[in-house]
Design a protein around this ligand. Sequence first.
Ligand code: BJW
Ligand code: ZN
Length: 228
Amino acid sequence: MTDIRNIVVLTGAGISAESGIATFRGPGGLWEGHRVEDVCTPEALARDAALVHRFYDERRAALARVEPNAAHRALARLDADWDGELLIVTQNVDDLHERAGARRMLHMHGELRSALCTACGERRAWAGALPPGTTCEACGAATLRPDIVFFGEMPYEMGRIERALAQADLFVSIGTSGAVYPAAGFVQLAVHYGARTLELNLERSAGSDWFEETRLGPAGVLVPAWVD
Ligand code: BJW
Ligand code: ZN
């Protein structure tokens, strides 16, 4: 990687699969018979808040039963050792990158460990269960919801991500199906700005044709092999 200084890494559900967190699409990707596209919407929250809260309460509780895997740890080593710019953009709402020790990262689709006030936009830590009726510390409204980016909502930090992609010498995509925009379009942006592109995924994805190189296999093997 001699000519590489600025790196953007995009991660998806596939990087957490070996930790035991189910991916969204493919086997086991349904939740109580609902497609993620049907549960993770502002309309679903308005229609059946209890269902949506239960979905996320279970996912939040499951975080306590999983650990970062070799792929998360390899990216944390990259973060610690890399002298150039690095931004790890995760679509995941779990906290396995930070528990592995990564620091230069952001959660573009929100976080299970965070609550969002729909009245004032305040985000705050959400550790255990949040009983219905809990009020926002900033504005006092009882309007807290999971701090998750639903379909039709704008992902977080898009400006920062686009600036990093414009500066990137290398874009690496790990464990994502390329089915959900805008993340699915990052490879095209990276190519447009002249970055090298590498995909590490279990199988070919919707975006594979855009990448200069695709390596197929489990993230727990491919990511350490790439980093070390
Ligand atoms: C392994 C592995 C192992 C397995 N090792 N690999 C039509 C066309 C284009 C766009 C749209 C459209 N209609 C609507 C849109 C926009 C929409 C969209 O893209 N929809 C598509 C379904 C078509 N996008 C949005 O709405 C986004 N916002 C937006 O566009 O804002 C702009 C805007 C706003 C308002 C008005 C106008 C414009 C928001 C998207 C939010 C996504 N949210 C979710 C839910 C998060 C909460 C939760 O976790 O519950 O985010 S959906 C879900 O999918 C989650 C993920 O982050 C996201 C991506 O999934 P990911 O990570 O790729 O997982 P999988 O399961 O799909 O793939 C896993 C991969 O890993 C597979 O390839 C496996 O092979 C691989 N793998 N094991 C390595 N061991
Ligand atoms: Zn508030």
